[in-house]
Write a protein that binds this ligand. Structure first.
Ligand SMILES: NC(=O)c1ccc[n+]([C@@H]2O[C@H](COP(=O)([O-])OP(=O)(O)OC[C@H]3O[C@@H](n4cnc5c(N)ncnc54)[C@H](OP(=O)(O)O)[C@@H]3O)[C@@H](O)[C@H]2O)c1
Length: 321
């Protein structure tokens, strides 16, 4: 089967479009013919080899796992003998490493695909939407009626975060650049701040919850616009190099706030069947929709990664098999 691999760390030129062995499903796995996948920061860090992840077992000098891709949508091709929960031909979506390929064999995170959306839209959902959901609900303790600020509202995580925060009946202020203001409004944001024109940390307004996806401000600046009982959740940061890369932002914020009443939360999203099922329902009801900037064919994955690396994708970049 065709797949994208990388034998060394580096920028998108390291990606190779090659023929590799098609996986066979184990007894407890489902073989999926992948129709689409999408690009997230996880693939970017896997490709470039963030030093901290190399030290933590990713492969010190070259990647241990040469495959890339996590999110997938596709069709059930074959079932392991213990699998009775799906049938051949079912349309599904989920998460499994090695998804930039024509087939993946999956054990856990497989959910029926929402019928009302395309394979490309479904493939844009898993990582980004689950991150938005868990950030707002589990770490942000989101409640109806709250004032929520989303910094970095127009990318993969942000476009889902606006809609999920609205589904919780909150008032949403979205921060993004000029070209994305109308999109953020169309996704339901009550207020949109164009960061190229206005510093949102100088607003005369206090928030109950800040979801910090872009990681562009200091603790002192965020604190100015937080209510005393606010929740502040770090999702990500600006792309940076060095040993710990974007984790530098997390450490800086945690150190600055160590004596504060508000405790900044940082988390790594976890794939979870119940959350994926909830997202499926939200997609089916229309409470949430996928925003796909562009679809690239599998052989053009390097171009897709280059676009993601610019840091200004409008919604998600999708890869079609
Ligand atoms: N904790 C987790 O489990 C987890 C999971 C997934 C992702 N992440 C992290 O979350 C971050 C975002 O991921 P993503 O997939 O959403 O990335 P993305 O699609 O590249 O989106 C990033 C967004 O940041 C915005 N941005 C850039 N500069 C900004 C600024 N100065 N102020 C406000 N917004 C700015 C861009 O919007 P404009 O084009 O409008 O500038 C862009 O749309 C990354 O750091 C990633 O590592 C964390």
């Amino acid at each position: 089967m065709k797949a994208i691999v990388h034998q060394k760390y580096g920028l998108p030129d390291v990606l190779e479009f090659v023929e590799i062995e098609k996986p066979a499903p184990k007894d407890d796995e489902v073989l999926i013919k992948v129709r689409a996948s999408s690009v997230n920061a996880a693939e970017w860090h896997g490709m470039t080899g963030l030093p901290i992840s190399r030290l933590l077992g990713g492969g010190l000098f070259k990647p241990k796992d040469i495959r890339l891709g996590v999110d997938f949508s596709g069709v059930v091709e074959r079932l392991g003998k213990d699998r009775t929960d799906f049938k051949i031909g079912d349309e599904v979506f989920g998460a499994r490493s090695g998804a930039y390929a024509e087939f993946v064999s999956v054990k856990n995170i497989i959910i029926p695909k929402p019928k009302n959306i395309s394979f490309e839209e479904a493939a844009s959902v898993p990582t980004a939407a689950i991150t938005a959901l868990q950030g707002l609900r589990d770490y942000g303790k989101i409640q109806a009626g709250q004032k929520v600020l989303i910094n970095g509202a127009s990318g993969g995580v942000g476009t889902f975060a606006i809609q999920i925060a609205k589904a919780f009946n909150t008032e949403v202020t979205a921060v993004c650049s000029t070209k994305n203001v109308e999109m953020a409004k169309s996704l339901g944001a009550d207020f949109v701040i164009d960061y190229s024109k206005q510093d949102f940390t100088l607003l005369d307004k206090k928030f109950d919850l800040i979801l910090d996806i872009a990681g562009t401000k200091s603790w002192r600046e965020y604190k100015r616009i937080m209510k005393p009982e606010a929740q502040y959740v770090i999702v990500g940061a600006q792309k940076s190099t060095g040993l710990i890369g974007p984790l530098k932002h997390v450490i800086k914020i945690k150190l600055s706030a160590w004596r504060e009443k508000i405790k900044p939360a940082f988390f790594i999203a976890k794939f979870d069947k119940a959350d994926m099922t909830l997202l499926k329902e939200m997609l089916e009801s229309g409470a949430v929709k996928a925003c796909v900037e562009k679809v690239y064919p599998l052989e053009k994955t390097a171009d897709a990664m280059r676009r993601f690396g610019e840091g200004h994708v409008q919604g998600k970049i999708v890869i079609r098999m």
